[in-house]
Design a protein around this ligand. Structure first.
Ligand code: ZN
Ligand code: ZN
Length: 273
């Protein structure tokens, strides 16, 4: 018998994923996973839905992936075992949602001023009640036939430095770690191999980081070895997950990266540390 495995990085329809949390739980069970962490971008609404769908013994790790920036790089910070009823966290997520909605409306207004046929309502409908982001605007442009691909939407209209681009409201990484710790969670730098900002790790630890996402589909073998060594040396819990957003091109990447069940005990011990 193989060891029980968990996928600690899963997105659902509550952010930019295209599968509902309960559907994700069903798929994870079918694959024989022992649990998953629901880590939607700046949203925690999917956790309850996943919990309700999970049978006894199947672990739902309540998580979140916060969007932050240090002014140079976009940095994703994961929070595991957060208290989903924490006032500070809920207040922040609400503020973030409002700022994102406002940003989406502004980008649509800019596009309309450029003569592009796009409606705010269509973007909201595509977002399906989740956090509004540029992929939803791109999908609306694609649906209206204004562009032939999502790439074209980003290149010509809403990509960084494009005419309808509006900067995002961004949390600082240190504030994200604080928020997660205050909500009783364990903070981790997500997919460090993509941002390549290892220079920040020492500061992050000083700010409360207790884990590092070592196993991620975008990490090369050498990234994995490097972060494994770093985690060990710095006393960080090595976490990992598929970062699945559902079925892309018909393929569900859930379970593409996993960690053993013992990681959960390590995370809980790190929280109590
Ligand atoms: Zn991320
Ligand atoms: Zn993610």
């Amino acid at each position: 018998m193989t060891d029980a495995l968990l996928d600690l990085h899963v997105h659902t329809t509550y952010s930019d994923g295209d599968m509902a949390p309960d559907e994700m739980v069903a798929e994870a069970l079918r694959m024989g996973l022992a649990g998953i962490a629901i880590t939607d971008h700046d949203e925690i609404g999917g956790i309850e839905v996943a919990r309700a769908a999970a049978p006894p013994g199947f672990e739902i790790v309540p998580g979140v992936e916060l969007s932050t920036s240090d002014g140079k790089s976009d940095l994703h910070i994961l929070g595991y075992y957060i208290d989903t009823t924490n006032d500070n966290l809920l207040r922040y997520l609400k503020l973030f949602r409002e700022a994102r909605l406002q940003r989406g409306i502004e980008m649509v207004e800019r596009l309309r001023k450029m003569g592009i046929k796009i409606e705010v309502e269509a973007v909201l409908e595509i977002a399906g009640g989740g956090a509004v982001g540029r992929p939803h605007i791109a999908a609306a442009l694609l649906r209206n036939g204004c562009v032939e691909s999502v790439e074209e939407a980003f290149r010509n209209y809403i990509g960084f430095d494009s005419p309808a681009y509006v900067p995002k409201y961004q949390l600082k990484p240190s504030d994200a770690f604080k928020l997660i710790a205050e909500a009783g969670g364990i903070g981790a730098m997500a997919h460090p191999g993509t941002s390549r900002r290892d220079d920040l790790i020492a500061d992050f630890i000083a700010g409360g980081m207790r884990a590092l996402e070592v196993y991620h589909p975008k990490h090369t073998e050498s990234d994995i070895r490097r972060y494994e060594r770093l985690a060990l040396k710095l006393g960080l819990v090595a976490t990992g997950g598929s970062d699945t957003h559902g079925r892309r091109d018909g393929i569900l990447s859930l379970g593409a990266c996993t960690v053993p069940l013992s990681t959960l005990a390590d995370l809980k011990a790190a929280r109590d540390y």
